[in-house]
Design a protein around this ligand. Structure first.
Ligand code: AMP
Length: 283
């Protein structure tokens, strides 16, 4: 996968140059690799390497709150590749003081997408750091979210699999509003108890809360963009941009799995095992 970050940069260089300079100056170079969920320790070949030496290059699509991050991070450990969430890259950039984070906060806290230029700059920098560390694959979460991002990604990488998770709108809203993070250990929890009647004779949807351990209870925080108003805007933006523009059609050279997992009343572990089996059969 060497060179992907450079290729992504090259694809978008012309229009990105000005913003890249501004954001690169504002982002501290010594900051820890943003958005990285540490890959599992290299205790053997967990992910099967291909002949060219690289590991899986997968993409997780889905509405805010659908659970992309949860599944992507679990699979990244199984496959020994980093889970790279562009939302995490953005949040890390937000946490760095300076005018760039103020500019980002204005966008993110209103539920809008940041520009392709900014997101590509953040992602290519993260991929470059990964290349330097010898990373051989990735699971992308939250990217691409626009046609242009998809075209750039498809132009410079060989994506093996796109997993598109779906969930009913009322469950998405409840999941986003129930999302909590421990400000100390960084653990992710959900206080929402979702119990929704099935539609048109479909199965009832039940998702129990994922409660924090006692030591985290008093340290829970909510993302500023997880308010009802902002979540509704994020869902609207997602549907407008991602669904209506047939983003998925761009991934014609890879396998696309659409998983309506809660609609089918499938449990999360089942989905994970199913995805895993599909991958093993495919390779
Ligand atoms: P997420 O955690 O994936 O919901 O992302 C949080 C926020 O980061 C989004 O609401 C967007 O403002 C921004 N963001 C994340 N990924 C992208 C992307 N691929 N393109 C544009 N904006 C993004």
């Amino acid at each position: 996968m060497a060179g992907i970050s450079r290729a992504i940069r090259a694809c978008s260089a012309a229009s990105r140059r000005t913003l890249a300079a501004a954001s690169a100056a504002a982002l501290p170079k010594e900051a820890p690799a943003a958005g990285v969920r540490a890959p599992a320790a290299a205790t053997g070949r967990k992910g099967r390497d291909r002949e060219d030496g690289r590991r899986v290059q997968w993409v997780f699509l889905g509405c805010p709150g659908v659970g992309k991050g949860t599944y992507a991070s679990r699979l990244s450990q199984l496959l020994d590749v980093p889970h790279i969430a562009t939302g995490d890259l953005v949040r890390d950039a937000l946490a760095a003081p300076g005018p760039f984070s103020k500019q980002l906060a204005e966008i993110v806290n209103h539920g809008k997408l940041v520009s392709d230029e900014i997101i590509i700059n953040l992602l290519s920098r993260r991929l470059e750091e990964g290349e330097e560390k010898g990373e051989l694959g990735f699971i992308l979460d939250g990217f691409p979210r626009t046609i242009r991002q998809a075209e750039i990604l498809e132009g410079v990488t060989d994506i093996d699999l796109v997993i598109n998770l779906k969930l009913r709108e009322e469950a998405l809203l409840a999941k986003c509003l129930g999302r909590r993070m421990c400000s100390q250990c960084g653990g992710n929890f959900n206080v929402a108890s979702i119990d929704i009647e099935g539609e048109n004779g479909g199965p009832r949807m039940y998702m129990p809360p994922l409660l924090p351990p006692p030591q985290c209870e008093s340290k829970l925080i909510t993302r500023p963009d997880d308010t009802e108003e902002v979540v509704k805007e994020r869902l609207r933006v997602y549907h407008d941009l991602v669904c209506s523009t047939s983003l998925r059609l761009l991934f014609h050279s890879c396998i696309l799995l659409s998983i309506l997992y809660h609609l089918c009343n499938l449990s999360a572990p089942f989905v994970l095992v199913w995805v895993w089996k599909m991958i093993v059969c495919h390779r």
